[in-house]
Design a protein around this ligand. Structure first.
Ligand code: AMP
Ligand code: MN
Ligand code: MN
Ligand code: MN
Length: 281
C-alpha cells in the first residue's frame, strides 16, 4: 500500500511552505500520492504538479472549500477537481472576496479590543490571494498577544472572544455541485472538528450525502484514534467512502506531520479504490 495523504496546505492559503516546498517535504516523508487542498484556492496546483512529477510522486488536484450548513462553518474537500473549471473558479473567487470583507470586520472587532493595525499586519503574512484567521493569529503572536497560534484560537477569533465575526460562506450543496460538475469527488473534511452533537452530526451526514457527497475523512490529523473508529462507522452507515489526510500546514503548526497517517480502519472503502494513480503500486 502506497503512502497517501489527501489533505494539505501551502502558502497559497494558510500553510507555511510554498507548493514546491510542500511537495518536496511530502516526498522526503515518504508520501507517494498527495493532494494539495488549499482553502478556497486552486492556484498552487500547477507548481505542485511540476515538482511532484520531478520527484516521481502523484499529485491529486484538490481544494478545501469553506461552506455554511445550518449556520455552521463546514469544510468540504474536493479531490480530482478540474482546476480550470469556470464554475468552480467563480465560486472560489466569491469566497475569497468574502474573506476580504470578513478580514476588515475582524480587524474592526480587534480595534474595539484595543488591538490596532491588525488588517495591514495580518495581510503581511498572507502571501497570495487568501486572508484567513491563521494570518491574524500569526500577527497576534508576533505582537505578543498570545504565545502561539493555538493559544490565539482560545483567546481570540472564536465565538465569544475578541476578533470574532460570524460569516456566511458558500452554500454547502452548491459547493458540492461545483466539485462534482468539475469532475471531482466531494469529501466531508474532519467531521470530528465540528463542535456539534450527535443529532446534528447525523443531520450533516444526511445533508452531505443528499447533496452528492461521496466520502468522509475518517483518518485525519484533526482526529483522535477514537474518532477514526467513530467516523468509519458513520461512513458505513451513510455509504460513504473513506479518505485520509494529515491537514498539514507546515512545521510551525501543531497539526499532524506528513507521512505518519495510520491505515484506514478495516471495513472502510478507500476513496482512492479506483484511482489510476494506484495502478503502479
Ligand atoms: P478561516 O478559514 O480563515 O476561518 O481559518 C481557519 C483556519 O484556522 C483553519 O484552517 C486552521 O488552519 C486554523 N485554525 C483553526 N483553529 C485552530 C487551532 N485551534 N489551532 C491552530 N490553528 C487553527
Ligand atoms: Mn487552515
Ligand atoms: Mn479544515
Ligand atoms: Mn485543511
Amino acid at each position: 500500500m502506497p503512502k497517501i495523504d489527501l489533505h494539505s496546505h501551502s502558502t497559497i492559503s494558510d500553510g507555511s511552505y510554498t507548493p514546491a516546498e510542500l511537495v518536496t517535504y511530502a516526498a522526503s516523508q515518504g508520501v507517494e500520492i498527495m493532494a494539495l487542498t488549499d482553502h478556497d484556492d486552486v492556484g498552487g496546483l500547477d507548481q505542485a504538479r511540476v515538482v511532484a512529477e520531478g520527484l516521481g510522486m502523484s499529485l491529486i488536484n484538490g481544494v478545501e472549500i469553506s461552506v455554511t450548513w445550518n449556520k455552521r462553518t463546514i469544510h468540504i474537500v474536493g479531490l480530482r477537481v478540474d482546476p480550470t473549471y469556470p464554475e468552480l473558479l467563480a465560486g472560489l473567487e466569491n469566497i475569497r472576496a468574502g474573506r476580504l470583507t470578513r478580514a476588515a470586520a475582524i480587524a474592526a472587532e480587534l480595534d474595539k479590543a484595543g488591538i490596532s493595525g491588525s488588517l495591514e499586519g495580518s495581510m503581511a503574512y498572507a502571501k497570495e490571494r487568501i486572508i484567513s484567521r491563521t494570518h491574524f493569529a500569526r500577527f497576534l503572536v508576533a505582537q505578543g498577544h498570545a504565545k502561539d497560534v493555538k493559544t490565539v484560537f482560545k483567546k481570540f477569533l472564536v465565538k465569544g472572544k475578541p476578533g470574532h465575526v460570524s460569516h456566511q460562506w458558500a452554500d454547502m450543496s452548491e459547493a458540492i455541485g461545483w466539485i462534482r460538475r468539475s469532475g471531482g469527488v466531494a469529501v466531508l473534511a474532519h467531521p470530528g472538528r465540528y463542535d456539534i452533537g450527535k443529532t446534528t452530526m447525523h443531520g450533516l451526514f444526511a445533508a452531505f450525502k443528499e447533496a452528492g457527497g461521496v466520502a468522509v475523512e475518517v483518518v485525519s490529523g484533526s482526529h483522535t484514534v477514537d474518532q477514526y473508529r467513530i467516523f468509519a462507522e458513520y461512513a458505513r452507515l451513510y455509504e460513504l467512502q473513506a479518505s485520509a489526510g494529515s491537514d498539514y500546514h507546515g512545521p510551525t503548526h501543531n497539526f499532524f506531520d506528513m507521512g505518519r497517517l495510520p491505515p484506514l480502519p478495516s471495513g472502510c472503502v478507500p476513496v482512492w479504490q479506483d484511482w489510476p494513480e494506484l495502478e503502479r503500486f
